[in-house]
Each structure stands twice: as structure tokens, then as C-alpha cells.
Design a protein around this ligand. Structure first.
Ligand SMILES: [Mg+2]
Length: 262
């Protein structure tokens, strides 16, 4: 079946966003000031926040439950109460990093989105994060298209990534998050398309599961060496870079033949 709609997750697919850094720096700052006595009592050291800790306890979780899980990991007492304060500080730090432009868009994802757009595929953004639109609003597509020498599709002057999408359901309040398919089904509905005519591009196993549960095709992008997890989650195809995807083949719905050069 031809792919008529492509639904993109944002963090880890379109944008390398500084969530991990914001979590780490917010805790470091709080432990060095208000929670100073506490920091000494639990033996906290800034180096103990590693990427592995982030992936295991925080990544992909709603903000508050991520905050609580991290504080429990660091043996902070009254983690539930303190999680509120920590989550708020993380959000403040994240906004500072966004405003300082401390993030990048993944060029391969922008190339794929624009190539699909040029082929008449309708595009949607579907992240559970309430920050996704802030990132996308700061990514200038016109400058990207100029740097890449892209002629098709026409990117109007000043156009941002946020303005590229025909539908955007990022940060919508839904009763259930991924791996429940609700967010992707809503995106398909707002594109005016049947789920079976849509392809989801995701970097997280929970997102792949959500796409398949919604009856959609799923393209997994493994940016951190996690191909096996994305395959196990049910991806129709997994790539380590979105330039491995031939847009014509993909738009034709021939997912099994999508790996152009790998
Ligand atoms: Mg993601």
C-alpha cells in the first residue's frame, strides 16, 4: 500500500534535544544550593549521573515520574515530594537550553521529511513531549534547504520545521501515552488518512509498538546502537541513519526494499 502520510516522533528522530543534560544540570544545581546538606547525606556526586542512568530511569517517561525515579536512584528521601521541585527545575533548565540554541536538528531526518513532502506525502509530528513544538519552532528549514541546495519542495523564506507539518499533535493531553497507539491514531485522523496508509518514524521501542498497535507501518531509527530493541518492538524496517531510506521506495510502501545502500 502506498504511504500517504508520514508521522514523525520528535526527540531522537527530528531533534537531538538536551533533555538528559537538563536533568543532570538541574540536579547538580539544586544539590549545590538548596539541597546541599542532603547531597552530603546521600553521598551525591555530579559524576554519578551517567547516560546509562538517564536511559534506565528517566528517558521516555513523563516528566514527574522521571524526576521521582532519578531521585530514588540517588537515594534522596521523600522523593515523591521533591520530584515536583526537581521536575520544575529541569523544565526551567531545558527552556534555558532551548533559548540558548543548545540543540540540533538531525539533517538526515530533515532531508527525509522534505523528500517525502516533495513526493506528495502528508506529514505529521507526534511527540508526547510538551516541549517538542518549542524546538521545532527554532529550526529554520529555509536555511537548511539553502545549505543543502534543495530545489524541491519549495521552502518559503523563514519557514520553520514546525510549519512543515500538515498535522501536529505534539503535547496533546491523551489518556494513554506510547506504547498505546492513541497519539498516532489522532495524527492519522488529523491528516485525514486511514492508519494503514501511514508510516511512523520512531527511535523508541515504545513508539514502534504504538505504531504497530495502531495498524501503521513502522520505520525504526537506531541512533544509539539499539537496533535489536527496535526490531524486537516490531519495526518493519530499522536503519541507523535516515539517509539509508530511499524516499521513492518508501513512498511506494515497499518497506522491505527500503534500504538503499546498506
Ligand atoms: Mg523519540
Amino acid at each position: 500500500m502506498r504511504v500517504e502520510g508520514a508521522i514523525f516522533d520528535v526527540d531522537g528522530v527530528l531533534v537531538a534535544s538536551p533533555h538528559e543534560r537538563a536533568w543532570r544540570e538541574a540536579l547538580e544545581q539544586t544539590m549545590a544550593t538548596e539541597w546541599r546538606t542532603l547531597a552530603a547525606a546521600v553521598g551525591y556526586h555530579p559524576d554519578s549521573w551517567t547516560t546509562a542512568v538517564y536511559q534506565e530511569f528517566v528517558a521516555g517517561r513523563p516528566r514527574l515520574s522521571g524526576a521521582r525515579a532519578a531521585l530514588e536512584y540517588f537515594r534522596v528521601p521523600e522523593a515523591e515530594r521533591r520530584a515536583l521541585e526537581y521536575a520544575e527545575r529541569k523544565q526551567q533548565r531545558l527552556v534555558e537550553l532551548i533559548e540558548a540554541g543548545e540543540f540540533i536538528a538531525f539533517p538526515d531526518a530533515l532531508r527525509l521529511a522534505l523528500a517525502l513532502k516533495a513526493r506528495g506525502v502528508r506529514l505529521a509530528a507526534a511527540s508526547s513531549s510538551k516541549n517538542a513544538n518549542r524546538f521545532m519552532d527554532l529550526i529554520r528549514l529555509d536555511e537548511f534547504a539553502q545549505r543543502e541546495g534543495l530545489r524541491e519542495p519549495k521552502v518559503p523564506p523563514g519557514q520553520t520545521l514546525l510549519e512543515l507539518f500538515d498535522a501536529n499533535v505534539c503535547g496533546r493531553d491523551l489518556p494513554q501515552g506510547k506504547p498505546h497507539p492513541a497519539i498516532f491514531l489522532l495524527a492519522a485522523e488529523e491528516l485525514g488518512l486511514a492508519p494503514a496508509a501511514c508510516l511512523v518514524v520512531e527511535d523508541a521501542p515504545a513508539g514502534i509498538q504504538a505504531a504497530k498497535a495502531g495498524g501503521m507501518a513502522a520505520l525504526g531509527i537506531a541512533r544509539v546502537g539499539d537496533e535489536a530493541l527496535l526490531v524486537a518492538a516490531g519495526s518493519d524496517v530499522v536503519v541507523t541513519g535516515l539517509d539509508q531510506v530511499a524516499p521513492d521506495v518508501l513512498a511506494d510502501g515497499r518497506l522491505e526494499r527500503v534500504l538503499a545502500n546498506s
